[in-house]
Design a protein around this ligand. Structure first.
Ligand code: FAD
Ligand code: THG
Length: 822
């Protein structure tokens, strides 16, 4: 890559070509040039300023509230930025506010939950009465409405105007926008992009960003990069002028409106109403078959991203519109179209640089709502090497190999469309494309009545019905509210108890395993992570993968199986990606997850279960805590690691997939006399929180440093040079900490992402929470100001209710480690 050059005393940076001048491409050109990367060329196939992509017809509703903190912050930045932009005296944002309606008790409860999310992410919001809804939207039939969620900061983005304003700013800084240039190829050399080919010439480039919206897969193919998004059409229509709105002069004055119970949203267009619907069948569009701008026009279509309105799909929604807004009974739809935009398997954007070819970036599947925030993050990523906020939910590497087939992407994309306004429980799994991945123990898990949820494509048992009889042996369990009782069973309590008192088998197969080998392996892992890995073979080390800023990219266990052979227990696919990007030639890295499996054998009787099955010494002296051994369990060759995420004595036993069933059966048979149970994720999560073990991605991310997250023990500041070390040296004392909370009422439960208040003021949010069956209280971890003394009273807001909790000391269970080290 060319290093930044200086022209006339000004840094111009490397040559960047952005493909697509929709809202994302324009925002990105602005964000790059403001950072001094001014050699930016934006290539657009359509005519500017309305080139015919999704932006060209976006009605521009911006609702900030989302369960994803990242999306909420992208939206907040977009609003802040668009409010500061204007073209010819017209603002790029109309802050009319947002209103979501409830017409069912379930939705009303969910709006309270959304209000909690809003508070957690710093968005102003209020639950409002039916009367207030009517005041905000006089056209409503209030007899239909039970209440609403009002967000005064939301509103309407004038997307094309905002695109133009950012285009103009970027142009004054040196960027060029070339319309009617259709990209046809991407040239590569030695694993890097070198140029972008168009029908009107070739443009050399050090970095290429595909901001091509739903054409992403087409551009991706040119670069040999798989882009897992599915374009779908979505109906948008406008009514004729309404007498009730006659005399209106502003484009809009009432809040943007959502009627999620019927998959509809509304905005004003001066004296008309615009209506969008997700109520119809999914209408997938093949991105490779989308006509060019000229072809679309020749077919009498406004633009390539707009397909003819299918009236039959609209009819049922129109009835619902008229029920909610009786004034619509006197009017008809005047115009409508089926507009295309992007859906990904999990509904999140696709951002980041491909590993191959380097210099090829994606900024796709982005709503207008999130566009400026995304552009800021991607520009930071390109210029500074990392975004300033956590974007792991959007990282293009997040999908597993097994989640990248075109049919999977199509099916999940369609499901995202259908579910876009559904009330979704945090544990609710997708129903389709399942089962996709199963462990070798699946048949046994089914026989035991496993209740499966999905994660990373894996079927993961959350509890086993076979353990139902054990519930009777427990004391009285407090009744749960209906929401927290979903995807939960008292059987989890019995499985947790069995783990604390006897021994349980946990399927740990989905835990990512990387094999790192070669003469450079030790030096490499030692440089990449924070703890000391220069220990003898047989050692296991808990260590952190940090970024250059000291943020936590992952927490790993590294088992040194032989001098040049390491087994790494990792988290997301991004870990593999990160290691591969930095690996020198004398290091080989392989993801062995799919070909292997793992059983956690944990509980006070774990040694009694395993020892008779092996000739090796599994005593505390013979097989110490955080040690690894290769041995046999019965006939099965295994790698055994003595550690436990549930905080009990025991081992993780790994073998190849073919031997997995035999391993399970051997352990099961031997465990019978000890009362062994199979236990699921529900018990697992409870036990790990009682023990204070963090879950990466939920409790901590790259936005957090080890000291804030309570993981300073895994950082060796005195060791020689590791990624993030310099940044950690410069850190001030943490001002916020991941803090354990214990709920006061034994019956109270929270689930995560709730706001936490001290003296009534919101000061943080819950990351993860689970009922601690050993403690008889719910445990919650939360990001809170540093220095809150143990015993501080706080409130967690759960569905609008105040749940009392206190700051606790951690770990809550077994602080002396007597259960685990013996
Ligand atoms: P686009 O605007 O599609 O831009 C991509 C550009 O890349 C296009 O201009 C295209 O011509 C160009 N391009 C593609 N291939 C090539 C090539 N080979 N060579 C050169 N150029 C190429 N979002 C909201 O936030 N709020 C809403 O209320 C909202 N409502 C919507 C309603 C409808 C009916 C639709 C369809 C979408 C709506 N969206 C909404 C979604 C939003 O419009 C899009 O997510 C957003 O505009 C995408 O912006 P983009 O810049 O990524 O893509
Ligand atoms: N098993 C293995 N690898 C893993 C996990 C696992 N890698 C990813 C993820 N889970 C890492 N998370 C943890 C969290 C805590 C511990 C292990 C993995 C743990 N911590 C002890 C503690 O904090 O007291 C020991 C720390 C130490 O001695 O340094 O056990 O589940 N294989």
């Amino acid at each position: 890559m060319r290093s930044p050059v200086v022209a006339g005393g000004r840094t111009v940076g490397p040559r960047v070509v952005v493909i697509g001048a929709g809202i994302v491409g324009c925002s990105l050109a602005d964000e790059l040039t403001v950072r001094g990367w001014t050699d930016v060329t934006v290539l657009e196939q359509g005519p500017l300023p309305a080139p015919g992509g999704s932006t060209s017809h976006a009605p521009g509703l911006v609702f900030q509230t989302s369960p994803s903190k990242t999306l909420a912050r992208f939206a907040a930045y977009t609003i802040e930025k668009f409010r500061s932009l204007e073209v010819d005296g017209v603002s790029c944002f109309a802050q009319v506010g947002g209103l979501e309606l409830a017409t069912t008790p379930e939705r009303l409860a969910d709006l309270h939950r959304r209000a909690g999310c809003a508070t957690a992410w710093g968005i102003r919001s209020e639950i409002v009465s039916t009367a207030r809804c009517k005041e905000l939207w006089p056209l409503l039939d209030e007899s239909v409405v039970l209440g609403g969620f009002h967000t005064p900061g939301d509103g309407l983005a004038r997307a094309l105007l905002a695109a133009r304003a950012q285009m103009d700013r970027a142009t004054t800084r040196g960027a060029r926008f070339l319309d009617r240039h259709t990209v046809t190829g991407i040239e590569r050399e030695n694993g890097r992009v070198t140029a972008v080919v168009t029908d009107r010439g070739t443009f050399p480039a050090d970095h290429v960003v595909s901001a091509a919206g739903f054409w992403g897969p087409v551009i991706g193919r040119m670069a040999g990069v798989d882009v897992p998004l599915q374009p779908l059409a979505h109906q948008y229509a406008r009514t004729a002028p309404l007498p009730e709105l006659s005399g209106a002069t502003a484009e809009a004055s009432k809040p943007i409106l959502r009627f999620q119970d019927r998959d509809l949203y509304f905005r004003e267009h001066t004296d008309r109403i615009g209506i969008g619907s997700y109520a119809h069948r999914p209408l997938p569009v093949d991105p490779f078959a989308v006509p060019s701008y000229e072809e679309a026009r020749a077919q009498d279509r406004a633009m390539p991203s707009s397909y003819p309105f299918t009236a039959e799909d609209w009819a049922p929604s129109w009835e619902e519109c008229r029920r909610l807004l009786p004034a619509l009974r006197e009017t008809e739809i005047e115009t409508g179209f089926n507009g295309v935009f992007s859906f990904t398997p999990d509904g999140m954007p696709l951002l980041g640089e491909a590993r191959e070819p380097r210099g090829f970036w994606l900024a796709e599947a982005v709503w207008v709502t999130h566009s400026a925030g995304v552009a800021q993050a991607v520009a930071e990523w390109m210029v500074d090497g990392r975004p300033s906020l956590d974007v792991h939910e959007c990282d293009l590497t997040r999908f597993e190999e097994a989640q990248r087939s075109p049919s999977y992407v199509r099916e999940r994309g369609a499901q995202q469309f259908v579910e876009v306004y559904d009330v979704l429980h945090p544990l609710q799994p997708a129903e389709r494309a399942r089962p996709l991945r199963v462990s070798p123990f699946y048949a046994r898990q089914q026989q035991l009545g496993g209740f499966f949820l999905e994660g990373g494509g894996w079927e993961r048992p959350h509890w086993y019905e076979a353990n139902a009889p054990l519930v009777d042996t427990l004391g009285e369990l407090p009744e749960r509210d209906a929401w927290s009782a979903r995807y939960w069973s008292p059987i989890a309590a019995a499985e947790a108890r069995a783990t604390r008192e006897r021994v349980a088998l946990y399927d740990m197969t989905p835990l990512r395993r990387l094999e790192v080998t070669g003469p450079g392996a030790l030096a490499f892992l030692d440089r990449m992570t924070s703890n000391n890995l220069r220990r003898k073979p047989g050692a296991v080390t808990y260590t952190l993968l940090l970024d250059e800023g000291g943020g936590i990219c992952s927490d790993l266990t590294v088992a040194r199986l032989a001098s040049d052979h390491f087994q790494v227990g990792a988290n997301s696919p991004a870990d593999l990606d990160r290691l591969l990007r930095h690996a020198p030639a004398d290091v080989r890295i392989r993801d062995v997850t799919s070909g292997t499996c793992c059983v956690g054998v944990w509980g006070p009787l774990a040694r009694d279960l395993v020892q008779p099955l092996t000739h090796d010494d599994f005593s505390h002296e013979g097989f110490g805590y955080f040690r690894a051994k290769r041995t046999h369990i019965g006939h099965v060759p295994v790698t055994a690691l003595r550690l436990s995420y549930v905080g009990e004595l025991g081992w993780e036993l790994y073998t190849t997939a073919d031997s997995g069933l035999r391993l399970w059966d051997t352990l099961w048979e031997a465990g019978r006399r000890l009362g062994v149970v199979a236990a699921g994720r529900s018990a697992f999560n409870s036990l790990r929180l009682e023990k204070g073990y963090r879950a990466w991605g939920t409790d901590m991310t790259a936005e957090d440093t080890p000291f804030e997250a309570g993981l300073g023990f895994a950082v060796r500041m005195d060791k020689e040079g590791f990624t993030g070390q310099a940044a950690l040296r410069d850190l001030a004392e943490p001002t916020r900490r991941l803090t354990p909370l214990l709920l006061t009422d034994p019956a109270a439960v929270v689930l995560g992402k709730e706001p936490v208040r001290v003296d009534g003021a919101p000061v943080g949010h819950v990351t993860s929470a689970a009922y601690g069956y050993t403690l008889g209280r719910c445990v919650a971890y939360a990001w809170l100001p540093a220095g809150l003394p143990t015993g501080t009273d706080v409130h967690i807001e759960y569905f609008g209710e105040k749940i009392a909790a206190t700051v606790a000391d951690e770990p809550l269970v077994d602080p002396e480690m007597t259960r685990i080290r013996r």
